[in-house]
Design a protein around this ligand. Structure first.
Ligand SMILES: [Zn+2]
Length: 326
């Protein structure tokens, strides 16, 4: 797929491409689920907007964007497809400023489009299940970056702000915990405060307990690690980052690499990110990592996979606005 592809230039071509991705076996009514071709008619002629279908089962009308993040948007579909392609294929992300210039839409529109696309990139963790499994290795670690919007309150200090400078002043930074299956997928989560309990919560919901867990020697992982088939640690404090054990190497360099791409993107491309939106940026970096070129996923395939994920995640302008406007 090239940027001069007709699907990025022409709204009709874009719609046909999206229809082919979403409905490989013909249109499906989003209102009642009817997929019987003889009971769906295409509304032809100038009186109807292009791509309009009529369902003879429920008597409702629909287009391919109903029930998707593109729904009720006045932005031409070819611009949506260009935006999804750019965001799916740019390793460190694509800023709203750059989308605004490349798409010829206002900055505000570009910002909303980018957030809707990030919402589509979110993996449905409940249906895809936990990472890892028997014989699989999962690396887990936490990272701290950016400035917290609200100071962390310390219960020991009777509700006064937290002042202790931890790992490079982590008390004032945003906390992200990340998991990655060796050779597989990654998931990152924004948590308010890394404690044994919050870390355990993320781990047991996202990492199969029959896996082998690799972490640094942080005490956050000690007790939860006992719930896993094996738990191996490297002691960064004494300069140990990798250790050979038989034919495997214990390290957490894979998750460090995932964090590194994320941080470079957040610093170099996004710069400002409201804390309320951080979960969507994390979903964006996970989405690309989990479909990385090393897994033999092409830019076109990654884009088509994204187009298959736009359904059921309609994020209204109102809902984004309510969460702050950064
Ligand atoms: Zn219907």
């Amino acid at each position: 797929m090239k940027l001069d592809s007709p699907i990025f230039q022409d709204a009709d071509k874009a719609r046909e491409h999206l229809e082919a991705q979403r409905w490989p076996h013909g249109p499906i009514c989003p209102h009642c689920g009817n997929a019987n071709e003889t009971r769906i008619t295409k509304m032809e002629g100038k009186a109807h907007r292009p791509g309009l279908y009529n369902c003879m089962e429920c008597r409702e009308q629909f287009t391919v964007t109903v029930g998707t993040v593109f729904e009720r948007s006045k932005i031409p579909l070819n611009k949506w497809l260009l935006a999804t392609f750019l965001m799916a294929s740019s390793k460190k992300g694509m800023s709203a400023h750059q989308l605004h210039r490349m798409l010829g839409v206002t900055y505000k529109t570009a910002w909303f489009m980018a957030h809707r696309i990030r919402e589509a990139m979110k993996e449905d963790v409940a249906s895809s299940g936990p990472l890892g499994g028997e014989g699989k290795i999962i690396e887990a670690d936490e990272t701290y970056f950016g400035k917290r919007e609200t100071p962390r309150v310390s219960p020991q200090r009777k509700g006064r702000p937290f002042i202790k400078k931890g790992k490079s002043g982590s008390g004032h930074k945003r906390t992200v915990i990340g998991l990655v299956e060796r050779g597989g997928k990654a998931r990152m989560f924004h948590i308010n405060h890394a404690t044994k309990a919050t870390v355990r919560d993320v781990l047991v919901r996202n990492a199969d307990r029959t896996s082998t867990l690799y972490t640094d020697s942080s005490r956050l992982y000690t007790t939860t690690g006992e719930e896993y088939a094996k738990h191996r640690t490297t002691n960064h404090a004494i300069g140990e980052y990798a250790r050979r054990e038989g034919d495997v190497v214990v390290h957490s360099n894979t998750i460090e690499g995932v964090f590194s791409v994320f941080k470079r993107g957040m610093i170099g491309v996004y710069q400002h990110c409201g804390e309320a939106h951080l979960h969507r940026y994390l979903a964006e970096f996970d989405f690309r990592y989990n479909r990385r070129a090393a897994l033999k996923v092409s830019d076109t395939e990654r884009h088509d996979q994204l187009l298959a994920m736009i359904e059921g995640k309609r994020l209204t302008y109102r809902r984004i606005g309510e969460a702050g406007n950064a």
